[in-house]
Design a protein around this ligand. Sequence first.
Ligand SMILES: Nc1ncnc2c1ncn2[C@@H]1O[C@H](COP(=O)(O)OP(=O)(O)OP(=O)(O)O)[C@@H](O)[C@H]1O
Ligand SMILES: [Mg+2]
Length: 516
Amino acid sequence: MKNILIIEDSKIINNVIKRELSKFEFKVNQAFTYSQAKNALESEKFNLIILDLHLPDGEGSELIANIQSLTKTKVVVLTSSQDEDLRDELFQYGILDYIIKDKNLLYSIAEIIKIINNLTIKEDKEKILIIDDSKFICKQVKTILEPRNYILTSAYTADRGLEKLRSDSFDLIILDMELPDMHGIKVLEYIRQDLRFLNIPIIVLSGTSTPEIIRTVLKNGANDFLKKPFVFEEFILKVDLWIDYFKKDRELSEKTFKLQFMNDNLEKLVYEEVEKNRRKDKLMFAQSRHAQMGEMISMIAHQWRQPLNSIGAAIAVIDVRVKRGMLDIETSKSITTKIQHYIEYLSSTIDDFRDFFKPQKTKRVTDFEMIFNKVLSLIKSSINDKKIKLNISTKDVEQFLSYENELVQVVLNLLKNAEDVFDDKDIKDPEISVEINKSSISISDNGGGIDEKIKDKIFNPYFSTKNQKDGTGLGLYMSKVIVEEHCYGKLEFENIDGGTKFIISLPNDTKDLSDE
Ligand SMILES: Nc1ncnc2c1ncn2[C@@H]1O[C@H](COP(=O)(O)OP(=O)(O)OP(=O)(O)O)[C@@H](O)[C@H]1O
Ligand SMILES: [Mg+2]
């Protein structure tokens, strides 16, 4: 909290200032005489002193000097309209500013608040370079600006000035036109040629102020012009303004730069992220397909067992008959036809599986009845073996344009999951109901349903409850990706009485979904 000392003998003015400043959470102390002020300054530290120039026990410049001998705290002077002549002199004493109390006190208090806030916010002090051969001017500028928290560096020649400019960083340059070693215009040219100094504001001070000079100075890169001797108030105002402008300009370009950098990088990041995801998905596809291939091999074995046995039996019949000399043409024909039939069956099974493994890159017009029949041709022997009852109902089957093979994979995943849960839970009368309606298919089982606790996780990659069976946990994840990202449909599930129901629904407009 900022601690302010008001030294003013008029009770009314002192109280008004105190009241107004207290509103801004400053701690305000009052002194009505120099001796009271002295006591306060000896016992407490202040951030700012507001000093009336006419006290019963102290006056004018002497009073300022006395206060400054007691403390380094910055002083804002209260003056009255009659003190006109005094004001120029005031700045020579290194006061921070002055305010006129008998004009518009509330406006002046608002000014004080600005000054206090400026004092408190400034953490990095701005640096100002003054290039002027007059030591008097340099000192004067220093006296005026240092109390306002600026750091001043003086150079008495152009050469020194440019050297300092190159070795430090500045927020403002105050430049005299009449330098001993180089004309001010040349100095301006030098500064503006260097990209590093392109935007530093430059205020030019000059003894002459013909329109010609002002024009040349401004056209050669100066931001502002002041004629010597200058009015202190105007000078301070311009310094504050240009420093503030430069700061905002720099902040803006830093922000723009950062934004640009972020933008460029964002594109790259998004691209990399998308690529990474694509690679990850590709890998998972491969993993999940490998797992399915393993299952397929055992399905093929299942489907082949029965026809192979039948072929074996037919050959045995031929063998017996030949040995007994009883193989007539009719029997031989009928047996070879049977064997031919089994071989065709074996061959068509292989075709079904080969189709399934063939990568299919383009969409084709299909429907869920067709897709389900393909799945069934792959899985029917294992369903029969496990005595799973299959109810199929179809209604208004509609065609759509999509990746058929991928959807076969999805339906197969759902049926395998149902089969797995029957095994897992040892379900007595396992039953799967398939309903095909327009361009959607639902697969329900009576396997006991999915536990509430894992409901939110089943579509996560690698989530599986099948420890013993080595589930990859990719089945449902991949199914979701296929249905929702590749085919723009929806894959959802709900627990139904005694089991689970998975539903795939696809957009059925074959015209709008052009091939990709
Ligand atoms: N019909 C269902 N009934 C009960 N639980 C199911 C059913 N379908 C899936 N789940 C649960 O969801 C989990 C995730 O299924 P997902 O198909 O993704 O993987 P998985 O079947 O465990 O492994 P994989 O598909 O590689 O064999 C399963 O482990 C199971 O717990
Ligand atoms: Mg599965």
